[in-house]
Design a protein around this ligand. Structure first.
Ligand code: ATP
Ligand code: MG
Length: 345
C-alpha cells in the first residue's frame, strides 16, 4: 500500500508557490485516489517544529498554526480522506530524528543548499568558517525532514523542486539505517516532483517565492483579494528585452516565471501557453496572469475565511488527525526501537 506524505510550515499564509508547487497537487492526488479507488494512505502535516528553524514570534505562532491548518482544508484537503496533523503532536518524529542524527555525517548536511540560503550564506560556504553563526536546528533541519518521512514509512513524497536535495538525503539515511540494523525496515521514499517545479519571487527571479521572504510584493497569497493580486502582478519584475515574449528561464527568468504561473493556473503545458502569449505585450501577459490567478484562488480564499471563523471545529479536526497520525507513528517507532536494540524484549 502506498503512503503519500507531505508537509508545509506555518510560517505565514500560503503563497502561489506553495499552492502550485505543493498543495494543489496534494488535492489532485486525493481526487485521483478517490475516483480510481486506489488503496493509498494520505498524510499531510503542518510542520510547526520546522518553523522554529527560523526566528519566530511565539505570540503569533499559535495563530499561524491554525491558519496553516485551515489553509490546507481551504485548498481542498479533506480530513475524512487524508490524515491532517501537527508535527509537534507526534513525539515519535523527534525520537527518530535523534537516531538518524547519530548516523548522519556533518559533511552530508554541509552539502545542502537551503540552510545556507536561509542563513544568507554563499552556496559554496564551508562548514568550518560559517557554522558558528548558524543555529543547530537550521543546520539539522534535513534530518528532521527525513525523520518526518521515515516515521510514517512514506512511499511517495510530493514536494516542490526546492526539496529534491533533502529527499536524496532522506533516502541515504534510510539506506544507512537499514545497513546498520541489517534490515530493510525503512523504505526509500520516492520524490514526486510537481509539474510546476518552482515559482519564483515576483521581485527577484534569483530567489524562489518564499513565505519567509519579508518583501510582501514578492509573493501572492492564496487568501488575497483580487485587487491586491492584480496590483502585485502589475508590479512584478519583467525584463527589457523587446519583441516576442519567450519562455526562457535561463535568460528571461522573470517573464518565464509569469508564463509558468499562467500555465499552472490554466492547467496547461508551459509550451502551449508560451505559444499563446508570444505576441502579447508584457502588460497583456500580466493581465492574463492576473485574471487566471484570481479565478484559481477565489474558492480557497473564500473557504479560508469561513474556516477561520470556527476555530473550535478546526481544533477538533486537528486533534483527531494528530491522534490518527500518532497511532501509525508509534507502531513504526516500536519496530525502529527494536531494531536499534531499544524497546522491550
Ligand atoms: P519558508 O520560506 O518558511 O521555508 P516556503 O514558502 O518555502 O516557506 P514551506 O512550508 O517550506 O514553504 O514548503 C511547503 C511546500 O511548498 C514544499 O513542498 C515546498 O517544496 C513547496 N514550495 C515552497 N516554495 C515553493 C516555490 N516557490 N515553488 C514551488 N514549490 C514551493
Ligand atoms: Mg521552505
Amino acid at each position: 500500500k502506498s503512503v503519500i506524505f507531505s508537509g508545509i510550515q506555518p510560517t505565514g499564509a500560503f503563497h502561489l508557490g506553495n499552492y502550485f508547487g505543493a498543495v494543489r497537487n496534494w488535492r489532485d492526488f486525493q481526487t485521483r485516489i478517490r475516483n480510481d479507488h486506489i488503496d493509498s494512505q494520505l498524510l499531510f502535516f503542518v510542520a510547526d517544529l520546522h518553523s522554529l528553524t527560523m526566528p519566530q514570534d511565539f505570540k503569533h505562532l499559535a495563530n499561524q498554526r491554525a491558519e496553516a491548518f485551515a489553509s490546507l482544508m481551504a485548498c481542498g484537503i479533506d480530513p475524512d480522506q487524508a490524515i491532517i496533523f501537527f508535527q509537534s503532536e507526534v513525539p515519535e518524529i523527534p525520537k527518530l530524528q535523534w537516531i538518524l542524527s547519530c548516523i548522519c555525517g556533518m559533511g552530508q548536511l554541509n552539502r545542502m543548499t537551503q540552510w545556507k540560503s536561509k542563513a544568507n550564506l554563499r552556496s559554496d560556504a564551508d562548514i568550518s568558517e560559517e557554522l558558528g553563526k548558524v543555529k543547530l536546528g537550521l543546520f539539522t533541519y534535513p534530518v528532521l525532514m527525513a525523520a518526518d518521512i521515515l516515521t510514517f514509512n512514506a512511499t511517495h513524497v510530493p514536494v516542490g523542486g526546492d526539496q529534491s536535495q533533502h529527499m536524496e538525503l532522506t533516502r541515504d539515511l534510510a539506506a544507512i539505517f537499514n545497513r546498520a540494523t541489517e534490515s530493510d525496515y525503512l523504505h526509500a521514499p520516492k520524490t514526486l516532483l510537481t509539474p510546476t517545479m518552482k515559482v519564483l519571487s515576483l521581485k527577484n527571479p534569483e530567489k524562489k517565492m518564499s513565505k519567509s521572504d519579508p518583501d510582501e510584493m514578492s509573493k501572492i497569497f492564496i487568501t488575497e483579494d483580487s485587487k491586491s493580486i492584480r496590483k502585485k502582478i502589475n508590479k512584478a519584475l519583467t525584463d527589457s528585452i523587446e519583441g516576442k515574449l519567450t519562455y526562457d528561464p535561463e535568460n528571461r527568468p522573470a517573464v518565464s516565471n509569469l508564463i509558468a504561473i499562467l500555465a499552472a493556473a490554466e492547467g496547461k503545458p508551459i509550451s502551449e501557453v508560451a505559444k499563446m502569449v508570444e505576441d502579447f505585450s508584457k502588460g497583456e501577459l500580466k493581465e492574463a496572469v492576473s485574471q487566471s490567478v484570481v479565478r484559481e484562488l477565489s474558492e480557497p480564499a473564500e473557504r479560508f475565511g469561513e474556516l477561520m471563523k470556527d476555530v473550535e471545529t478546526l481544533d477538533r479536526i486537528s486533534r483527531r488527525g494528530s491522534e490518527r497520525a500518532r497511532e501509525i507513528a508509534s507502531r513504526n517507532l516500536q519496530e525502529v526501537s527494536k531494531l536499534t536494540g531499544m524497546g522491550y524484549w
